[in-house]
Design a protein around this ligand. Structure first.
Ligand code: GDP
Ligand code: IMO
Ligand code: MG
Length: 429
């Protein structure tokens, strides 16, 4: 039995979807364990570009079963849109292929309205959320008043959703935000329950069965480790556990499954972040424009969910080392190496400085990074376009050195390097 957990080691958008697609060729199941449609995972297959927000990226492979775990928060409207667009692109999404945990929580229009109203109330100190209702849905889960996928099948679902909207309306009114009419929401969600009922299951049992049958499960993380609710740059984080251990609680797997788990951390060759919060190695000016791209390529640094330009900077080795520890990474995958071609020299942050002292580990995690200044190592760049390279030995010497330095800083070996968004643009080490 094999559980292979694939998580983002930075602030999200590391290329997880693309890497899950790579490993899904040899897996039987892919499962999302956290977050909701705040995620945007891109898979490129020739001319076709799939942007997945809720459905695990492995679905593109016809032999793979996709599972949405109890750790997720699910907006059924987005889910049905995504199912429709996949089916229109020739990817079947039958109840046999897409399984949804009965214990995953529902996102409603009230959660979305609350997310936006709360962000507006935060003013300048806002988090820069995706506005998808993620925080309010997890708030209801923790407050033990959430609605779950399984509730959609119950006879009193209509009353329960009406109560939820009335309840949320009281908070919306306090925030001076428009309130919602429960009637249309109840009708809409009743309709969704009809479409989704055959997908809803106890996925914990099904995944346990898959492992016992010797199948490989790919657990696909959403967001990144530095956005984790406990271990990220709090409060500028998302509302779920994005780190690898979240795959267990978010899928209903026990420690048995973890014993032989393989844990891959996906790392972009430079650092990016969307939304507010600390970013010690952030760049501005021409270099930032160069790393971000103009938006003319599909892989340029603009959010797959919100279209916002991503903040960009040099790779942060201190945060990567931290990420390797809290996830228990067994290996790294480096993406977007091709973007660095043509830069004369590169920098990696190897330590932080505070009051003349150097830190390679953070005394209190990454929440308060403001007092620290990054210490950089300068490395030679390379001119060559590497997007056509398929073997480690064919990479320019400087590119190999750059990757070796990343592995050294993280204390974790690099297994795969991605040099473009397409399936064939990877090289195994
Ligand atoms: P995710 O959220 O971690 O799945 O990542 P996103 O899909 O949000 O963002 C990654 C972007 O980079 C997507 O447009 C990918 O197609 C693209 N991408 C992934 N790996 C590579 C790579 O090695 N090179 C280039 N140029 N683009 C890549
Ligand atoms: P993928 O899975 C990058 C960020 C938002 C914001 C913070 C909180 O594609 O890597 P939320 O809506 O979750 O309450 O927003 O988290 N964020 C992401 N950033 N990639 C993501 O997902 C993200 N999902 C949320 O920008 O700063
Ligand atoms: Mg993304």
């Amino acid at each position: 039995m094999t559980l292979h957990i694939i998580i983002g080691a930075q602030w999200g958008d590391e290329g997880k979807g693309r890497i899950v697609d790579h490993y899904a060729a040899r897996a039987q199941v892919t499962a999302r364990f956290n977050g909701g449609d705040n995620a945007g995972h891109t898979v490129t297959v020739g001319e076709r570009i799939f942007k997945l927000h809720l459905i695990p990226s492995g679905i593109i492979h016809p032999h793979v079963t996709a599972v949405m775990g109890n750790g997720m928060v699910v907006n059924p409207r987005t889910l049905l849109e995504e199912m429709d667009s996949l089916m229109a692109a020739g990817v079947p999404v039958s109840p046999q292929r897409l399984r949804i945990s009965h214990a995953a929580h529902l996102i409603t229009p009230a959660h979305q309205a609350l997310d936006k109203a709360q962000e507006a109330a935060r003013g300048k100190g806002n988090i820069g959320t995706t506005g998808r209702g993620i925080g309010p849905a997890y708030t209801d889960k923790s407050a033990r008043r959430g609605l779950r996928m399984g509730d959609m099948l119950a006879g009193d679902f209509r009353e329960r959703i009406a109560d939820h909207i009335e309840d949320a309306n009281r908070t919306l009114a306090m925030l001076d935000a428009p309130i919602l009419d429960p009637g249309p929401v109840c009708d809409e969600y009743r309709k969704y329950s009809e479409f989704l009922k055959d997908h809803i299951a106890d996925i914990s049992v099904e995944l346990d069965g898959a492992l016992k049958a010797g199948k490989t499960i790919l657990a696909e993380g959403a967001q990144g480790s530095l956005l984790d609710i406990d271990f990220g740059t709090y409060p500028f984080v998302t509302s779920s556990n994005t780190v690898a251990p979240g795959a267990l609680t978010g899928l209903g797997l026990g420690l048995d499954a973890a014993r032989q788990a393989r844990v891959t951390g996906v790392v972009k060759a430079f650092q990016t972040r969307v939304g507010s919060g600390p970013f010690p190695t952030e760049l501005g000016g021409d270099l930032a424009l160069r790393l971000r791209g103009s938006g003319s390529n599909p892989w340029d640094e603009y959010g797959a969910t919100t279209g916002r330009p991503r903040r960009v900077g040099w790779l942060d080795g201190v945060l990567l080392r931290y990420s390797a520890r809290i996830n228990g990474l067994s290996e790294l995958v480096i993406t977007k190496l091709d973007i660095l071609s043509g830069l004369e020299s590169l920098r990696i942050c190897t330590a932080y400085r505070r009051d003349k002292k150097h830190f390679i580990d953070l005394p209190f995690g990454p929440a308060d990074l403001a007092p620290y200044e990054p210490v950089y190592e300068e490395l030679p760049g390379w001119e060559e376009d590497v997007s056509g390279v398929r073997r480690w030995k064919d990479l320019p010497k400087a590119a190999k050195h750059y990757i070796e330095q990343i592995a050294k800083l993280a204390g974790v070996p690099v297994k795969l390097v991605s040099v473009g968004p397409e399936r064939k643009q990877v090289l195994e080490i």
